[in-house]
Write a protein that binds this ligand. Structure first.
Ligand code: FMN
Length: 175
């Protein structure tokens, strides 16, 4: 982790969550840095309060290799990178860690997190370290409006799994 990162209390954290997810994206990383881990790009998710805790939610399709790591260990990191790393994020969002070494392809530098086993990245300017509290596969019957189901899913087997996680630590680049 670069030295010019500040630890921020989640309650004091100032963010633009809609823009950050939709336009800035995150690397979602699961596993154990000292053993096996994987990362993928995500642009869907949200942040808020649940069960009296600061939480984030991410949604992961069952086919993603990263899902295996999220299911095996109840921890993940979300790492935002500056705009100049968009190509690296695109690679991590279009190739699977099953078939390639994403770090070799992108040149990104994984580094240990402070409170969880999955790594983050030296290039990150925002890091959320998270402990998973709740996992819920979406169901077709739960769509009150069927339009998103029709638009985004080819079959019910492809529905996202929702992971809601407590935010244990937030680090942000110093301005
Ligand atoms: C901008 C962008 C956003 C993405 N957001 C998500 C997401 O929120 N959830 C998801 O399951 N896949 C998302 N993906 C797709 C995965 O990142 C992609 O399938 C990736 O190759 C999975 O890697 P893995 O098999 O190594 O886990 C996104 C891809 C891109 C390019």
């Amino acid at each position: 982790m670069k030295n010019d990162m500040n630890r921020v209390e989640p309650s004091e954290f100032v963010a633009r969550p809609f823009a950050q997810f939709d336009k800035g994206w995150f690397l979602l990383t699961g596993g154990d840095f000292s053993a096996k881990w994987n990362t993928m790009t995500v642009s869907w998710g949200f942040a808020g309060t649940m069960w009296g805790k600061p939480v984030v939610a991410v949604v992961v399709r069952p086919t993603r290799y990263t899902r295996e790591f999220l299911d095996a260990r109840a921890e993940f990191t979300l790492s935002a990178l500056p705009e100049k790393y968009k190509k690296a994020l695109t690679i991590c969002g279009t190739k699977s860690g099953r078939d390639c070494d994403k770090m070799a392809l992108t040149g990104l530098t994984p580094v240990a997190s402070e409170t969880v086993k999955p790594p983050t990245f030296e290039e990150a300017n925002l890091v959320l370290e998270c402990r998973t509290l709740y996992r819920q596969p979406m169901t077709e019957a739960s769509f009150i409006d069927r339009a998103p189901f029709e638009k985004w899913y080819s079959s019910a087997d492809d529905l996202h799994i929702v992971y809601i996680a407590e935010v244990l630590a937030v680090r942000q680049a110093k301005c």
